[in-house]
Design a protein around this ligand. Sequence first.
Ligand SMILES: [Zn+2]
Length: 242
Amino acid sequence: MARTTDYGDATGLENMQQLIQLRWMAVVGQVATIAVVHYGFGIRLPLDQMLAVLAFLAAFNAASQLRWRIHRDVSNGELFVALLVDVAMLTAQLYLSGGAANPFDGHNVALHEFAHQLDDEDGETDGTPRLGRNMPLSQQAGLHAAWAKMLSTEYEDFARALHEGQKTVMDSYGATNPAEFFAVATECFFEKPKQLQTKHPKLYSALKQFYRQDPAGWVSESAATAPTQSKIPKGLKDISPG
Ligand SMILES: [Zn+2]
């Protein structure tokens, strides 16, 4: 019996030490992945929160390493808890990075990059996409100017609200520059349409015209139509990409 118990404890310690090694690799791997995705691909991630999770994981691992240097007996329960922590941290990172699958967090990398594509189409990444493509150039120029004016006003209001510490519907990353503002607004338009419509009616109307979609109406048919029609900014009556 004693032999079996000793053998079991040694295996437990070995497993725990292996887990600690693997966790260090996971910490390094996550730092590298976050850096490449965020800085390399330019895909915005909630860095503060993801790094906080990582810091916790590293601290937990350092503590584990110390603990199992002193206590050499590892129970199955302790191994289980250690694994639970790993699963929880990984879940947190997946939740924070959002991906395209989380429909209610206001983030959507695919929509974000799609907006940049549309924005780039006129040769300038400035938050103003190509507008009225079937219209004479003079009219396109008018639409472009009206959109740029609308966007810069909204952008400045947004930056000011952030600066004043107000809670905003859109992610603060939108304050980076007008191009990011347009991309973040597009995400928000499809993911939190009602809130965007309430807080930024002009921006919502412009996006509604541009995308020819009314996502706030998808959420609730009744409330969507009436208030938005009247708030279409001047000069932006017919701007869908066609
Ligand atoms: Zn972007």
